[in-house]
Design a protein around this ligand. Sequence first.
Ligand SMILES: Cc1ncc(COP(=O)(O)O)c(C=O)c1O
Length: 382
Amino acid sequence: MEACNIAPMRFETLAAHAGRHPDPANGAVVPSIVLSTTFERQPDGSLPGGHLYSRMGNPNRNAFEEALAALEGGAAGVAFSSGQAASMSVFHALGPGDHAVLPLEMYYNTRGLLDAQYGRWHLQASYVDTTDVENVQRAMQPNTKLVWIETPSNPRLQISDIARIAAIAHAAGAWCVTDNTWATPLFQRPLELGADAVTHSTTKYMGGHSDVLGGCVVVKATENELYRRLRSYQAQGGAVPSAFDCWLLLRSLPTLPCRVRTQCASAKRLAAFLAGHPRVQTVHYPGLASHPQHALANQQMSDFGGMLSFEVKGGAAAAIAVAAQVKLFLRATSLGGYESLIEHRASVEGPKSPTPPGLLRCSIGLEHADDLMEDLAQALES
Ligand SMILES: Cc1ncc(COP(=O)(O)O)c(C=O)c1O
């Protein structure tokens, strides 16, 4: 992006321009995909493009990382090959004997990753209900190095207070990292609220088309141990996205604000419809006044996003029967794409899942909200 006097630029403008530079060699507005894994040195040993080897950096990845940093308002973006690899990079920044505080409710594989991979390394973890900041305060230990937040949480969209939790983490000398996948940087600004870093599964809203797997960490500052560890883990561990993945992700960012605004508007309408349906026990959507942390969501988010979940009266069998009847929603896992998805979450999470058995999770896509509503209505009535 050329330096210009329009500062600070608004989100939509950053989404359209950040990380995009016309190619100086041929003027191409859309970046080329650079597949080369290695880059030629000059006779004096210098690397004119600044690239050495594509595990360490590549023009498409650098452009995508530049855009990520701009959208989250951070100092740098660090891109990975999946959301899990991004989470792993943060856990890897901890050492044996360190302690982390995490939410009881979050993407189930984040906990799975910690328990399966890092328990063996003697990393200690406490899982608490982070919707009550007192629980976070009580869980802090002298060796706590990380407080992890996921808000809204997967799958019940619980809301945790980023500013207050970041303050608790910092008072104890710990990092505060927020998984911002569900909110997107359009609706929630964790770095401005005090978090040290934000993670994303860029597979979701950033990619937006269900055709690329990716993840990232965006840090607030680069002159610190967290950033140094993330970068060395990225370059040495090598869980990096391909040039084509980065190209696809950068291609999707200009439409991010339009997509998620539409998805959010439809989610609001569907949440209200479901809340009034006699076969629905509970709707989990932070935009509803009935949501237990609606006031907090109103305060820390500019809007409530495109995800919702609801519990069908009658438990697992009733919920699975409803999911079996949808005609427009696709029965598939994941979220954030242009197509609406529905899934019986406890089945995906397995036998130890704490998710209520009657819960269906919906990722609202870009279809007309009336069509989606009619689909859910006929599925609930059949
Ligand atoms: C909130 C959240 N974080 C992280 C992940 C993991 O991302 P990925 O599937 O890209 O590894 C997911 C995946 O569903 C998620 O929902």
